[in-house]
Design a protein around this ligand. Structure first.
Ligand code: 2M8
Length: 725
């Protein structure tokens, strides 16, 4: 296998994301989307600023200024700031809200992400001095906004603040609100007349909240308006008062960052620290449900927890409010088939709702699709608790979604298809943040490999030596090895949780007996392999076996990149010769073709191992070799008698997976890096298309490719080196 970690190709997508943000930028703020959301939204602006911080500090600062320019006297930062020039296309607008003082804002708030965004701007600022001034200016405003929440939204001092409208949660029609909303009796005749405008922008009705939901949204706004936005009165009368997990987690994390901001500008931060301590304790103790092993919102009307199954219940990870034990339990649930486990097929990172529930809907807004902002926060939370592999895999999925499917508002959790508005603001800005972070981590990873020579294996490590076991010849050795590996997989790989218990595997009897059988390869007579089919099956199986054993032996638990020369410095002695995975792949199976980006073949001069090369090479082997990474084929056992059918199946599966994506609307085909690295085996674009054709499922996309072979643009997907357990 070829080890090169490529981030090339993202630059054009960063450009596209920036173009979207430029298009949505109004000169003062960024519209969440070109038409569906024409005004300024509260938490959207924080997400926009996080992306801008990497390349346009000035705009990041303006975005936040514009929002806080409309902060209410009581400290509340409104959910929407209306643009007087864009009125008429959204509902509800100022004529409906009628907030005091004729302000051009709505009368509710949203999750308070702004301290997080301000600290992020400062941390990425090129001009530290002006960023410092920005923090100084923002600190009192941020303090006032948190003070508003603690004063007016936590009147009995529980440490948890309440929301009084589903729009305040940011997750409007989340199934979490079904129950409290159902409890609101709405008489159609008692409601003010209104006309939804969100359905006039081409988004299908099944991807938006229902009319019943809207009736209740309107009912609540009407109640606020009638009570002149008086918080005490609203608290007395409002039938929807919920202490939400996501809102409080963001507040908790924002307190953490606000304390940091305060320290940077030499302020006394004791008040913020007190808020932080209170809210994180209350999340841990009052929102945790020991029976369900998750965090649940609290309905203040009934006094009961609302047992839900949304991604919001993992958000105390982002707050860093969960205890280690709670975090472990959350991780187990989050990394399960309910929320898309690591390396699980047919899903893309964390959907907003449990995929195993009846109410799960992969297309409907906050009732199942994948949202980039939620995943962005959760991946940070997981990293804080040390779940690095999951966090990295989520980042890659988040990057891949817009690359493959466009910069949409939300994505189908099963197919990845984009829904809602396209050219969506926070998808674009958080994509930029993720790619910048990714480049950075990539650079660090490469430096790290360069510096830490010790992680490079100095000598070839022979994996089939067990002291005291004498090699003896056995004809059916290869199938025995594979079934033994299969047994280990069954016992120690937990597919739904995405975990491999290497330590237990290494200690087990089964592993010992596997090691004892692999010793006999030393006595194996390679000349006994006569037919092309026998040779192919033997070497493919052997390659897959040595990679799995290498991962276990070297204790790798996140990526084969953990050892810089993994594919050349582990080996088996077979008969009189030594074979590393690269010898098997490039020497034997690819008829001694150069490994990509290497100047010479693996068998040089008169290397006697050349006698075992399989000629001509069969390029379908690329879809059967398991290189211990997510982007390569799933492990299987190959048999000489069925090898051709098996290779056909492996190739078909790979080609119809997310490693080959045809995007007719962009006149683009995204191809696995394998086709780029192995041009020698697949040829150039037309040859590749001809190769793909018989394998592709015969649908409109395949037809599109057939008709546009000359003009379609080819791009290569980055390779995912995370372990494929
Ligand atoms: C959505 O909410 C607005 C109301 O606030 C709407 O549906 O009209 C939500 O996704 C929310 O989280 C988001 O801030 C807003 C703008 O993107 O749209």
């Amino acid at each position: 296998m070829f080890e090169f970690f490529s981030t090339k190709g993202f630059k054009s997508y960063v450009k596209e994301a920036r173009k979207i943000l430029d298009g949505n930028w109004t000169g003062r703020y960024t519209k969440p989307s070109p038409t569906l959301y024409p005004h300024q939204w509260n938490w959207d602006s924080a997400f926009m600023a996080i992306g801008y911080a990497h390349y346009n500090e000035d705009r990041a600062i303006k975005e936040i200024h514009s929002l806080f320019g409309h902060q209410w006297e009581n400290g509340m930062v409104p959910q929407i700031v209306f643009n007087p020039e864009a009125l008429g296309n959204y509902f509800p607008e100022p004529d409906f809200w009628q907030v005091p003082g004729g302000r051009l804002t709505s009368g509710i708030t949203m999750p308070p992400l702004h301290a997080i965004a301000c600290l992020h701007i400062y941390q990425h600022a090129k001009n530290r001095r002006s960023a410092h001034d920005f923090l100084k200016e923002m600190y009192p405003k941020l303090m006032a906004s948190h003070r508003y929440l603690y004063r007016h939204r936590d009147p009995v001092k529980t440490g948890l603040v309440y929301i009084r409208h589903p729009w305040e949660s940011g997750l409007d029609n989340s199934p979490s609100w079904d129950c409290p909303l159902k409890n609101i009796q709405v008489e159609k005749t008692g409601l003010p007349a209104y006309k939804r405008k969100d359905l006039a922008h081409g988004v299908p009705v099944e991807q938006r909240p229902s009319n019943e939901d809207y009736d209740r949204y309107v009912y609540l706004v009407d109640l606020f308006r009638e009570n002149h936005y008086d918080e005490t009165e609203i608290y007395r009368q409002c039938p929807f008062l919920v202490q939400d997990v996501l809102f409080n987690s963001i507040l908790c994390r924002a307190n953490r960052d606000l304390a940091e901001v305060g320290k940077i500008i030499d302020q006394d931060v004791s008040e913020v620290e007190e808020w932080l301590a209170q809210t994180s304790r209350a999340i841990r103790e009052r929102m945790w449900s020991p029976e369900r092993k998750q965090f649940d919102p609290i309905d203040l009307i009934t006094g009961e927890q609302l047992p839900t199954a949304t991604a919001a219940s993992f958000m105390p990870l982002f707050a860093v409010a969960a205890s280690q034990k709670q975090a472990q339990l959350l991780y187990e649930r989050l990394n399960s088939v309910s929320f898309c486990a690591l390396h699980q097929g047919n899903c893309f990172t964390i959907p907003n709702y449990d995929m195993a529930r009846n109410e799960f809907d992969p297309k409907n807004y906050w009732r199942g699709p994948v949202w980039i902002n939620i995943n962005w926060m959760l991946s940070q939370g997981l990293k804080s608790y040390g779940y690095r592999e999951k966090s990295d895999a989520m980042k890659k999925d988040m990057i891949q979604l817009p690359v493959r499917f466009g910069f949409h508002e939300y994505f189908d959790s099963i197919t990845g298809k984009g829904y809602g508005s396209d050219s969506f603001g926070w998808t674009s800005s958080l994509f930029i943040d993720l790619v910048y972070e990714y480049y950075d981590e990539d650079r660090q990873a490469l430096n790290w490999l360069g510096r830490r020579k010790s992680r490079k294996l100095k000598d070839v490590k022979i994996l089939n030596e067990v002291p005291g076991v004498i090699p003896s010849p056995a004809a059916d050795l290869a199938p025995k090895l594979m079934s033994s590996i299969g047994e280990l997989k069954d016992m120690f790989y937990s597919m739904d949780r995405g975990l491999v218990d290497y330590a237990a595997m290494k200690r087990s009897e089964e592993y010992r007996s596997y090691l004892e059988s692999v010793v006999h390869l030393k006595a194996f007579d390679l000349k006994g392999l006569v037919t092309r089919e026998e040779k192919l099956a033997f070497w493919i199986n052997l390659y897959n076996t040595i990679v799995v054993q290498g991962i276990v032996e070297l204790g790798l638990n996140s990526s084969v990149r953990g050892i810089s020369n993994f594919f050349t410095h582990i080996a088996y002695d077979i008969g009189d010769y030594t074979f590393a995975p690269d010898d098997i792949e490039h020497g034997i199976l690819r008829s001694n073709a150069h490994p990509p980006y290497r100047m010479s073949p693996v068998f040089k001069g008169r290397d006697p191992r050349r006698a075992y090369m399989i000629e001509p090479m069969d390029n379908r082997i690329h879809f059967a070799l398991v290189c211990g990474s997510r982007s390569c084929a799933p492990i299987r056992f190959y048999e000489a008698g069925a090898i051709d059918d098996q290779l056909e199946t492996a190739t078909r599966n790979f080609i119809n997976s997310s490693e080959v994506v045809i995007l007719p609307e962009k006149n683009k085909i995204l191809l696995s890096e394998i086709f780029n690295w192995y041009k020698k085996d697949f040829g150039h674009r037309r040859d590749i298309f001809r190769f793909l054709r018989p394998y592709l499922d015969q649908d409109e996309k395949a037809e599109y490719l057939a008709e546009h072979m000359d003009t379609i643009e080819v791009e290569h997907l980055f390779y995912d080196w995370n372990l494929n357990h």
